[in-house]
Design a protein around this ligand. Structure first.
Ligand SMILES: NC(=O)c1ccc[n+]([C@@H]2O[C@H](COP(=O)([O-])OP(=O)(O)OC[C@H]3O[C@@H](n4cnc5c(N)ncnc54)[C@H](OP(=O)(O)O)[C@@H]3O)[C@@H](O)[C@H]2O)c1
Length: 292
């Protein structure tokens, strides 16, 4: 049995892709929450949301995290993937235990595993293990590739009618971050939760060529997917300023996709939220203005 409450909630990563969507959905439901931000200047999109309390803090500053966690029972834990993410998230978990947090909703990744060849999947698994070891309630959200990741290619799609990756012909059950956020909302506001792991996918597994086909159809112009070699992709990522650790991690991530390891489709979005996950074509319709 579960019952809905107005719990004390802190969300981290609130200025990012999933976190901002989560904040918007909490506000739309009139559920009050605190949002940790590194700088108020970067929090324009959060400032005017109903029920939000902005708290300035940084995972690097343990005292600021302890301040943010005062009186909090439910936290949403997310940071970008960097060589520091494992260490910073583990420190955050220590602070959560100290502060009397009851439940951690951690944004992890599909196929997180300690022995994975993909560094992102290894560090997420380490943080998951750390959370498990505390005995706190947990919800591990393990989403597959984000549809919104394609926004990083918006200019290439707009001006060159193409986008690049190293995914080959592999099918991937990519998922809309709005559906991931909707699951986070449910887990943050529902009492009597059992600890659980959620493998979160979209409704279909599609190849990058299919992604190009859908983009072409919705945007009504030919968009091509260009499959490139790992080294070419790595050079491009470094050129665009990605730190080496992260760029190499993305190559590992895409090798995992290319091996067909991210093609499973789950019913998690429907089971948790009661709504069908968004199709890739719906994502493109909704974000059309970014690509044309
Ligand atoms: N992209 C995908 O396809 C995919 C798929 C599955 C899982 N994931 C996982 O999703 C996560 C990324 O989610 P996202 O795309 O929503 O992230 P994002 O847009 O990159 O946002 C990262 C957030 O973390 C905050 N942050 C970074 N360093 C911080 C620090 N030291 N202290 C406090 N906050 C800090 C950022 O704040 P600022 O605004 O101040 O920088 C920002 O709000 C990663 O863990 C990744 O492994 C991604």
């Amino acid at each position: 049995m579960t019952d809905l409450i107005n719990p004390s909630i802190l969300i981290t990563g609130a200025t990012g892709s999933v976190g901002l969507e989560l904040a918007k959905q909490l506000a739309a439901k009139e559920i009050p929450f605190s949002a940790l931000v590194r700088s108020l200047d970067k929090a324009e999109a959060l400032k005017h949301l109903k029920g939000v309390k902005l708290i300035v803090g940084d995972f690097n500053d343990q005292q600021s995290i302890l301040n943010a966690l005062k009186g909090i029972e439910n936290v949403f834990l997310l940071s970008n993937s960097s060589d520091e993410a494992e260490h910073l998230q583990c420190n955050f978990v220590d602070a959560a235990v100290k502060s009397g947090v009851k439940h951690i909703v951690k944004l992890s990744q599909f196929a997180a595993e300690l022995n994975s060849p993909v560094r992102f999947l290894r560090y997420h698994a380490v943080v998951e293990e750390k959370i498990k070891s505390t005995g706190l309630q947990y919800s591990f959200l393990r989403p597959n590739l984000f549809m919104q990741g394609l926004l990083g290619f918006a200019d290439a799609i707009k001006y060159q009618q193409q986008f690049f990756a190293t995914a080959g012909d592999a099918k991937i059950s990519l998922v809309d971050v709005r559906d991931i956020a909707a699951i986070a909302v449910e887990r943050l506001i529902t009492r009597n939760k059992e600890s659980e792991i959620f493998n979160i996918t979209g409704p279909e597994a599609i190849s990058h060529n299919k992604i190009a086909e859908v983009l072409s159809k919705v945007l009504q112009k030919q968009i091509n997917y260009v499959n490139v070699a790992d080294q070419e992709m790595l050079s491009a990522l470094l050129h665009f300023g990605f730190p080496e650790w992260q760029a190499e991690g993305l190559i590992e991530d895409y090798a995992h996709y290319a091996r067909g390891e991210a093609a499973i489709v789950t019913d998690t979005v429907k089971d948790v939220t009661g709504k069908l996950p968004r199709k890739f074509s719906e994502f493109v319709e909704d974000y059309k203005s970014y690509f044309e």
